[in-house]
Design a protein. Structure first.
Length: 189
């Protein structure tokens, strides 16, 4: 537990200064930053060589953080989150209190609640959502383990979290889009 706490402290210090980190999530290795900092978000788009029109996911650690970002959360969202056995990302309408360059053209934002101890504790410390995008150059395969992450990505971040370097990643999360008018669309299984 002390090892996780040490890494949370180091990662938090980088993030609060506008830096970007490479870290293990509940699914795959991710690149992240403070989701309320547009300059840090722009650094991730640049590192991934990704168009700013392609949206990224934000991680959250509970209901309070969700309601800070989404004024309205459809009832079905809670049912999906309660019933999901695997990590599930929800795309919800009308986000607020996040960097504008994270919000998709259709005024939505993808979010996932995390249970993974490092991410959960970092979010607790930040008290803000954390950007999470796969640790690869846009268009390349998502790395299945730390050793598959390209040197370009590793050199491009401000801090690499020193946990789970030997762990093989799970599959990316399921993505479900929910609109405030109760439409449901599965984007990725």
């Amino acid at each position: 537990m002390q090892e996780i706490n040490n890494e949370v402290h180091k990662a938090y210090e980088i993030i609060k200064e506008g830096g970007i980190i490479l870290y293990p999530t509940d699914t795959v290795w991710g690149i992240g930053c403070d989701a309320t900092n547009p300059e840090a978000v722009a650094k991730i788009f640049k590192l991934k060589q990704r168009a700013e029109t392609q949206s990224m996911i934000v991680l959250m650690n509970g209901e309070k953080m969700m309601y800070n970002v989404f004024k309205e959360i459809p009832e079905v969202a809670w049912q999906i989150l309660d019933l999901s056995e695997n990590p599930t990302t929800l795309v919800l309408d009308q986000p607020r209190n996040v960097a504008s360059n994270l919000i998709a053209a259709d005024n939505t934002l993808a979010m996932r609640l995390v249970k993974e101890p490092f991410c959960y504790k970092l979010l607790e410390r930040m008290k803000k959502p954390l950007v999470s995008t796969s640790a690869n150059i846009s268009g390349q395969a998502t790395p299945k383990s730390f050793k598959e992450i390209s040197p370009e990505i590793i050199k491009g971040v401000d801090y690499v979290v020193n946990l789970h370097h030997d762990k093989i990643a799970g599959k990316p999360s399921t993505i479900i889009k929910l609109t405030n008018d109760s439409q449901v669309k599965i984007i990725r299984k």
